[in-house]
Design a protein around this ligand. Structure first.
Ligand code: TRP
Ligand code: ZN
Length: 884
């Protein structure tokens, strides 16, 4: 924490490091009261840096015990201890710098650097946590070969891990155990890791494509040893997939994963020693939902894939974060698509992007995929850098085609192996391998904001010519008033009476080689463009933005009849889903207006009819059907309403009224599907079972929205369930649609049965945080006093408070301001405990511009935070930017 106003760091100020650290030797003496860290840095002046003998090492919350240069104690006038650094002068070109520092991991609640989680020691160094361990050039472009020695009491810490290979284990005269780990691959400090604790492990192996036999281990607390199977299986499938799909082989003989309870994010890709939040690795039918199983698979893959996209080739500076994160999210999304349903995965990703990333891009913290400046880098691990960054990589994949994309990826890895590079280097490799010019495409990296495509049509009956006019624009974002046009790949098809029509663009030669001439990708690269299709037998319905080919908003004035046709008859699964969403958005808006003018809500019969048809369509995968039947979320509807126009109560009531109408109208079909899809076999996280449970939950929701029958079925389901997925979906329906008498007893029962399982309790907290009834704020406050709640544990805070602020719009935005106050108070408290979590929790308050009737209340809370003493840079940045 700093007292002065924290400064801004700019990409344009990047300078190469003055020194390189060829080798790094670390020695840890782990103790209960303090830990002594001794570092030996083999320094070499960087010929590419500004050559002077001055070196500023980063360091935070460290106590310097001793410092030596080439073995000699350094006199006090040769260095200067600053607030967050150690400045050294007159260093020779090459030298050995040794530092002894003292730290107190047991007092470290920020969960970065070396800290304690339960009884173990663990580390989290990305982005800038290593500087809380020892003085160092804590920046990703300084890559070094690490040797790590750990001394610890083996009775408390029988497992002692770090990166790379275990070189020796010895018993010291003191009784402590000493281990030495050596990682042969040079790496930046953010990939360093250390774990010490009383841990059990499961072990398996993987033989790589070139025959390397890799030992795979997952380390957990003893009680969780039976929850590792799914993660291990996911790891093995990821390793095989990366060889086959990207030609990437694993490069060491060992790969370790450790599960920790107290963790700021999902997981961390430290070289050969991935550290995971327990919630992202442990799986058990009684503690992990179906969605949880899929999340574990995706995150295990994501961290594993970082071994190439992130570790072997890393980032030059933190402005390039999306270089590793966007690319790796693209890779893990492709993996998940290959493991399950591609369309369903796409729909899930688009749902997240539209409901949350679009909002970020339209808010006060909006930034490009490659930001130009930041105050606190931890605030830039965002949906924009991760998910929009992955969309940018996906668009390159679309523009180049799969083969040229793979060639570009191969070139990138080959050319930059062992280097710290930039997004520009990635794009250059893609250009060179494909021969395509991506000059204008680069605007996706530098410009923030979600582009908007306004599409209109005209039809020339006599000529059989159909014209699509496309206009692109992008709203202003902080620091960027005007935008240059983007290159937007627009996937399209044209739907005729008898199916998809053959496409012939005016002025283009027909391509007889082309197998599928009913689909094409238009290149939208100007502000305004016309695309003319000729030789058409009838006026088509356009199927637009197929596969969600670009992260844009698209406006086209469809009739409801046309949306229904696309929904049931288009070739593109994404467009079918999207048409259902668009239809639902229109219907909910209509009901919202009816309610506002005091009328009875009348849901368009066309929509009810379409819902029945979907339910009775045997060709639809149940998982896809569940997605198509699920109404757009209240958050997404608020986002669509736009600045100054989101009315959470009206949205909630209208959405409910539509749910009730569909539930009533389709009751028979819903109950029939609900019964048919009952899973008789024992729980498995298989695609078929997950799909069935998902559709059953959707049916149950509609039935409960319409009346008592749904609540009866939910009670039955809760009692009969053999897994947490069905317990929670039943409990959700009871607590969202029932009276206290409906949910009180099962809610207690759940805790009685599963109160001993932390991960189950977290979901129990989260569910209660979403309840829309009037008592919600009081309930959340009450649960904050529950013995299982712990403000120092990020999973608990996210489950209870994060879920409340993010997924309970009617109660967070209560007109009495009590929802806002609750959030502000906990953010103020967390600011001193864990600034990263405090700042992330704050996001819902920053959207005050959307909520006209509440804006003053929301701003008032932000202002209170701004006035707080000892504001962390994390919270300062978000508060000050959102008050601007
Ligand atoms: N690199 C991690 C990932 O791939 C992100 C991460 C994990 C992280 N823990 C963190 C970033 C703590 C900042 C702080 O998802
Ligand atoms: Zn990542």
């Amino acid at each position: 924490m700093r007292d002065a106003t924290p400064g801004t760091i700019h990409l344009k100020d990047y300078q190469p490091p003055g020194y390189l650290v060829n080798r790094t030797e670390l020695h840890f003496l782990l103790g209960e009261e303090d830990t002594i860290v001794t570092s030996k840095l083999h320094l070499l002046r960087n010929t590419e840096g500004s050559s002077s003998g001055e070196l500023e090492l980063d360091g935070q919350d460290l106590e310097l015990v001793e410092i030596r240069l080439d073995g000699e104690i350094l006199e006090a006038d040769r260095y200067e201890l600053r607030e967050a650094s150690l400045l050294l002068r007159d260093l020779p070109e090459q030298c050995l710098l040794s530092c002894v520092t003292r730290i107190q991991p047991q007092l470290n609640t920020s969960l970065e650097g070396l800290y304690r989680s339960q009884t173990m020691f663990c580390t989290q160094c990305e982005a800038e946590g290593f500087r809380k361990i020892t003085y160092y050039l804590d920046r990703p472009d300084v890559m070094s070969v690490f040797t790590v020695t750990i001394d610890a009491d083996a009775s408390r810490y029988p497992v002692l891990l770090s990166n790379g290979n275990l070189e020796e284990t010895t018993l010291l005269p003191s009784g402590d155990t000493r281990v030495v780990w050596h990682d042969p691959f040079p790496k930046p400090s953010y990939l360093f890791a250390l774990v010490a604790g009383q841990l059990e492990h499961v072990e398996d192996s993987f033989v790589t494509c070139s025959g390397r036999d890799v030992t795979l281990r997952i380390y957990v607390e003893e009680k969780d040893i039976d929850k590792c199977g799914h993660a291990m299986d996911s790891l093995q499938r990821s390793m095989r997939w990366d060889e086959e799909r990207f030609g990437r082989e694993y490069d060491l003989d060992i790969f370790n994963v450790v599960a920790v309870d107290d963790f700021n994010m999902g997981a961390m890709e430290n070289k050969s020693l991935n550290i995971f939040n327990t919630s992202c690795v442990l799986c058990d039918p009684d503690t992990t939902t179906d969605v949880g199983y899929q999340r574990v698979e995706a995150i295990v893959a994501h961290e594993y894939f970082h071994n190439w996209s992130g570790n072997r080739v890393t980032c030059r500076d933190w402005f390039q974060l999306s270089l590793k994160e966007g690319f790796t999210v693209f890779r893990d999304a492709e993996f998940s698509s290959d493991m399950g349903s591609r369309t369903v995965k796409r729909v899930e990703d688009v749902t997240l992007l539209r409901s949350a990333q679009f909002a970020e891009d339209a808010g006060p913290m909006a930034h490009p995929v490659r930001p130009e400046s930041y105050i606190e880098i931890n605030n830039f691990y965002t949906l924009t850098v991760y998910e929009k960054g992955a969309e940018v990589v996906r668009m390159i994949h679309t523009l180049l085609g799969p083969d040229a994309f793979r060639a570009g990826s191969d070139l990138y890895f080959e050319r930059h192996d062992g280097q710290a590079v930039t997004c520009e280097d990635f794009v250059l490799a893609m250009e060179e391998a494909s021969g395509k010019d991506l000059s204008q495409f680069r605007n996706w990296y530098s410009q923030a904001g979600t582009p908007r495509l306004a599409v209109s049509e005209s039809w020339d009956e006599d000529a059989g010519a159909y014209t699509l006019s496309v206009a692109q624009s992008c709203p202003p974002t902080p620091g960027q008033a005007e935008k240059k046009p983007f290159v937007i790949p627009l996937g399209i098809g044209l739907l005729g009476d008898a199916g998809n029509l053959r496409l012939q663009l005016e002025g283009e030669e027909p391509d007889p080689e082309l197998e599928d001439n009913t689909h094409t990708v238009l290149m939208v690269d100007q502000q305004q463009q016309d695309f003319v299709f000729t030789g058409l037998p009838e006026k088509p319905v356009p199927s637009l933005l197929r596969g969600f080919s670009a992260p844009v908003r698209l406006d086209f004035d469809y009739s409801r009849e046309d949306l229904c046709r696309l929904m049931s008859g288009d070739d593109d699964g994404f467009v079918r889903w999207d048409s259902a969403q668009t239809l639902a958005v229109g219907v909910i808006a209509e009901v919202q207006q009816q309610l506002a003018s005091g009328g009875e809500p009348v849901v368009d019969p066309l929509f009810l009819q379409a819902s029945i048809q979907l339910l009775q369509d045997p060709s639809l995968d149940p998982a896809m059907l569940a997605e198509m039947l699920t109404l757009p979320s209240e958050n997404y509807l608020a986002e669509l309403a736009g600045e100054g126009a989101a009315d959470v109560d009206a949205i909630h009531s209208a959405r409910r009224a539509v749910q009730a109408a569909v539930g009533g109208h389709c009751a028979q079909a819903l109950e029939q599907r609900y019964r048919e899809l009952r899973v008789e076999e024992a729980y498995a996280a298989s695609g078929a079972q997950i799909a069935a449970r998902s559709l059953r939950a959707t049916c149950l929701t509609y039935l409960a929205a319409a009346g008592e029958r749904g609540l009866e079925l939910a009670q039955e389901q809760f009692s009969a369930a053999d897994n947490i997925t069905e317990r929670l979906s039943a409990l959700r329906v009871l607590s969202h649609f029932g009276k206290r008498a409906d949910w009180e007893q099962p809610m207690e029962q759940f805790y009685k049965d599963w109160g001993h399982e932390t991960l189950a309790v977290n979901q129990w907290l989260a569910l209660q945080a979403t309840m829309p009834d009037d008592a919600a704020v009081a309930r959340v406050r009450h649960l904050m006093e529950h013995p299982d709640f712990d403000i120092r544990n990020p999973n608990k805070v996210r489950s209870l408070v994060g879920t409340f602020a993010g997924q309970n719009p009617v109660n967070f935005h209560r007109a009495d301001g009590t929802g806002y106050r609750l959030l502000r108070q906990i953010v103020a408290e967390l600011n001193a405990i864990n600034p990263q979590i405090a700042s992330r929790l704050l996001a819902p308050l920053t959207k005050w511009r959307y909520y006209s009737g509440r804006a003053d209340l929301m701003r008032a809370e932000l202002e209170q935070l701004a006035a707080l003493d000892g504001l962390s840079p994390d919270v300062f940045e978000v508060v000050s930017k959102s008050l601007k």
